[in-house]
Ligand binder design. Structure first.
Ligand code: HEC
Length: 139
């Protein structure tokens, strides 16, 4: 007689096979930034959620006065919706609350460009982008 568990085994094994390569390849959203860093620093060993949190929550003076922080629009809690300056609701930034986010690298880059200039008055570096994504997505 067949072990009744055996019919579940393939699914369980498949789950392991799907998860392991994804981990081995790293996070696809931050991978382009990690590759950029590794090209100039072979010792690069990963992004910092602490630095990402500091960038998400920090208040800066280099950008526009009405947007001193990422939290100005995205809110203090990345699991909660944010609000643009014109009052438009913004989906939460945390991946647990907004699984559809960060799927389009062009969109991610477009908004990093725009928002980093508004808040910091300059582009974010690849390391800052990776740190920021590691922090907010993991919330
Ligand atoms: C003036 C309001 C405002 C501020 C301040 C702001 N953002 Fe945004 N952000 C938006 C809007 C609007 C969108 C596009 C709509 C959306 O994705 O909800 C967006 C989207 C994004 C996205 C794309 C997310 C995705 O789903 O692909 C990233 C990345 C991002 N912001 C990063 C930042 C960072 C980093 C900061 C701080 C340095 C910041 N934002 C500050 C308004 C803002």
């Amino acid at each position: 007689m067949l072990n009744p568990l055996s019919q579940y085994m393939p699914a369980a094994l498949l789950g392991i096979l799907v998860v392991l390569p994804a981990q081995a390849a790293g996070d696809p959203v931050t991978a382009p930034y990690a590759a950029e860093l590794r090209a100039v620093d072979p010792g690069f060993s990963g992004f910092s959620t602490a630095q990402g949190q500091a960038l998400y929550r920090g208040r800066f003076t280099g950008g526009k006065p009405d947007t001193p922080s990422c939290t100005t629009c995205h809110g203090d809690n990345p699991r909660q919706p944010g609000r643009s300056l014109t009052g438009k609701a913004l989906a939460p930034m945390a991946s647990t609350a907004s699984p559809a986010r960060y799927a389009d690298p062009a969109k991610v880059e477009k908004w990093f460009g725009r928002n980093c200039r508004e808040v910091l008055g300059r582009e974010c570096t690849p390391r800052e982008k990776g740190d920021w994504l590691s922090y907010v997505r993991g919330q």
